[in-house]
Design a protein around this ligand. Structure first.
Ligand code: RB5
Length: 147
């Protein structure tokens, strides 16, 4: 499975920690984020992650900025993306099981690296449950289609 990962200047170190963690677990990782700590604009990287997932270049995406909010908002503007900001593992797991999230976002200024790894693991190990949740996800995507 290929994971696209993107970040702004606030999350360079955490991005590399998560990349190593993913590689150790056998995932292929596509680094679409900045590797410089010079100030940059998170929408650029949210869009890159979103487009990689929406196009099928990657199976899932991880987006990290200071809070996870800005980069998730940008990723969510790409058609087909359901990016969720998760600061703890329970929400991350449920965002897959119920919301079929395809981009996980979190904040490098919010979560430490060990918590971030747990969030990533719970998210990747969870599976979409379908059923009534499929209907609700379809309703969300219908809003996007009407736009
Ligand atoms: C950058 O300072 C910061 O605004 C950004 O990383 C992110 O937290 C925005 O949502």
């Amino acid at each position: 499975m290929k994971i696209a990962i993107g970040n702004d200047h606030s999350a360079v170190e955490l991005k590399h920690i998560i990349m190593e963690h993913l590689k150790e677990k056998g995932y292929e990782v596509l680094n679409l984020g900045t590797d410089s700590e010079e100030s940059c604009d998170y929408p650029v990287y949210g869009e890159k992650v979103g487009r990689a997932v929406a196009s099928g270049q990657a199976d899932l995406g991880i987006a990290i900025c200071g809070t996870g909010v800005g980069i998730s908002l940008a990723a969510n503007k790409v058609k087909g993306i359901r990016a969720c900001v998760c600061s703890e593992p329970y929400t991350a797991k449920l965002s897959r099981m119920h919301n079929n999230s395809n981009v996980l976002a979190f904040g490098a200024r919010v979560v430490g690296s060990e918590l971030a790894k747990m969030i990533v693991d719970e998210w990747l190990n969870a599976e979409f449950e379908g059923g009534r949740h499929q209907r609700r996800v379809d309703m969300i995507m219908e809003i996007e289609r009407k736009e």
